[in-house]
Design a protein around this ligand. Sequence first.
Ligand code: NCD
Length: 307
Amino acid sequence: MARHIISAKQFEKNEVLALFEKAKKLKQAFKQRKILDVARDRILTTVFLEPSTRTRLSFTYAMKRLGGVVVDFGAEEITSRAKGESFEDTMKMLDCYAPDIIVLRSKEVGAAERASKIVSCSVVNAGDGWNEHPTQALLDVYTMWEVFGKVDGLRVGVMGDLKYGRTPSSLSYLLSKFSNISIHYIAPPELQIRQDVLENIKNVEVNMHSRLEEVDVELDVLYVTRLQKERFADQQLYEALKGSYTVSTTLLSRLRKIPTIMHPLPRVDELSTEVDVLPQAKYFEQAENGVYVRAALISSLLSLNTP
Ligand code: NCD
C-alpha cells in the first residue's frame, strides 16, 4: 500500500533524522547541478488549488533532479474544476493516469486525507487550508539541524499569524518529536496558536507572548510568519492587525542575542529586507533546502536507489 504524508504528527524522530541524512547527501549531488537517473519511469503530479511558488517548484525541481517526470495539473481555472467537477471525481480521474505521487495543496482542511482514500498512489499534503504543511516543517527543522548540528534542546520563537498559519502547527508537531524543546509563541492575542496544536505537543515547554520584546531568554531560532490575509473572514480585523508586528534590525538588536531568523516565505510586511544581510538570516537557504528535503522524501516514498 502506498504511504501518504498527511501530517507532521505521523513522523518518528529516527525517520526524520534518516531523511535529513539523505537530504544532506542529495544536497551535495544537486549542488554539482547533477541530474540523477534514479526516478526514471516515475511520475509525480502537482495539484495546487491555492497559490504557491516554493512548494510546487521545489517538488518539481526535486523530482526532475532525481530523473523523474512531473505533470502539473495546471491552474484550477483552466481545468474542469472550473466547470464544477467535484474534488472526488478529479482525484478519481487523476488516479486513472497512474502517477506515483500526487502532491496536493488545497484551501480545504483535510483535502489530502480525503484524496488519499480515493487514489492508489502516495498523496503528499502540500498544505490543507489553515491546518498543516508537513513537508514545510521537514525543511524548516532540517535547516535548524544544519545550522545547529542537532535539534534536541533548541529554543524556538514562532511569531506571527499562528492561528491561521499552517506552518506553525506542522513545525510544532515535528519539533515535539525531539527532546527538551521549548517554543515561545509570539503573536497578538487574536492570532495566538490554536488550542488543538497545544494539545498535541505535551512534551514541549510552551511560553506565550504578545510581543518579541517580552521574550526574556536567548532564542536559538526566530521563525516569522506572515498574516494569512486570505483566511480572514473579517477584513476589518485583518486591516487592524496588518503591520502590527515587523521584525527589523532595530527590534533584533534589542534582544540579548540575535537568533537564527527563519521564515517559510512569502514575506509581506512582517520581516524587513534590511534583515537579509545579517549572517543569522537563513530564509532563502531554508527555501533552497526544500528541494533537497523533498527529494529525500520522494526517494523514501518511492524506495529509490539514491546516493
Ligand atoms: C507557506 C504556506 O503556503 O503555508 N508558504 C510556503 O509553502 N512556503 C506560508 C505562507 O503562505 O505564509
